[in-house]
Design a protein around this ligand. Structure first.
Ligand code: NAP
Length: 259
């Protein structure tokens, strides 16, 4: 028996099999869930191909989280695949974007507002957009989980993405406040550095990675997305019925060390 038996879960933000979203979709299926995945634009083609590598090929939805039409049509798109009385028990937001050329890699003092606005919209505001788009399908309550990179301190090279993650973390607490009365829990998993497409696009990402080698008391494998996926699935399950507005660190213990 799996911890997600009988649950239906949408994982938004799967491009490659290195995507954290892919690992979440895989573990969720292994734990008994019916899974749908989504992505947007040109990469949708890749997502459709990658979807076949999951234990069960899931429906792939088109969802640009900045496109009001996609958001408005999301509930119907889910119903198209799962039937008129479809519902969602869980939603995973595994999405972020910040222009690596202007916002990351030591560009903090020069980051232009247009690009900062895009980073905040795609990486933080969209957590709210995705939650409200899925709300009509979550009438029986459920769990929404997003992914952050600890935004309580300033990091080398992460720059404006760190600011966007701070906004995401705050957004998560306000969503927890407003959706709690409907039985919807909202939490984040704060992962250590993982070698995904998004991470490899950050100039100087190795600098972040290298700190984990010496400081994470449990050690850290930056090629293993599964510990993060397991934590996301635990939060999606019934194992955390009274937890919301929380950030669970999956970083080998790095966040708790002073040096
Ligand atoms: P990833 O595989 O590149 O996943 C990011 C996803 O966001 C991609 O599927 C990307 O699609 C999608 N996306 C970007 N803009 C979008 C939009 N407007 N609408 C819909 N989807 C959009 O990288 P990842 O590392 O797994 O990232 C997943 C989440 O984990 C992000 O929130 C990231 O910040 C977080 N996280 C990552 C790390 C790490 O070290 N990797 C650590 C902590 C937290 P395209 O590929 O088509 O652009």
């Amino acid at each position: 028996m799996g911890i997600l038996d009988g649950k239906t879960i949408l994982v938004a933000g799967v491009t490659m099999d290195s995507s954290i979203g892919f690992a979440v979709a895989k573990y969720a299926q292994e734990q008994g869930a019916t899974v749908l995945i989504s992505n947007f634009g040109q990469a949708l083609r890749i997502t459709r191909r990658i979807a076949r590598r999951l234990p069960t090929e899931p429906p792939v939805l088109e969802l640009d989280v900045t496109d009001p039409e996609h958001l408005a049509g999301l509930a119907d798109a889910v119903r198209e695949h799962l039937g008129e009385d479809a519902h969602l028990d869980g939603v995973v937001h595994s999405i972020a974007y910040g222009n690596p050329e202007t916002l990351l890699g030591g560009k903090f003092l020069d980051g232009p507002w247009k690009d900062v606005a895009q980073a905040v919209q795609v990486s933080a505001y969209s957590f709210k957009s995705l939650a409200t788009a899925c709300r009509p399908l979550m009438g029986e309550g459920g769990s929404i989980v997003g992914l952050t990179f600890d935004a309580t301190t300033a990091w080398p090279v992460y720059d404006w993405m760190g600011v966007a993650k701070a906004a995401l973390e705050s957004c998560s607490r306000y969503l927890a406040r407003d959706l709690g009365p409907e039985g919807i829990r909202v939490n984040l998993v704060s992962a250590g550095p993982l070698r995904t497409l998004a991470a490899k696009a950050i100039p100087g990402f190795e600098e972040l990675e290298s700190m984990w080698t010496t400081r994470a008391p449990l050690g850290w494998d930056n090629t293993d997305q599964e510990p993060t996926a397991r934590a996301v699935c635990a939060l999606l399950s019934d194992l955390f019925p009274a937890t919301t507005g929380e950030i669970v660190h999956v970083d080998g213990g790095f966040h708790a060390m002073g040096a």
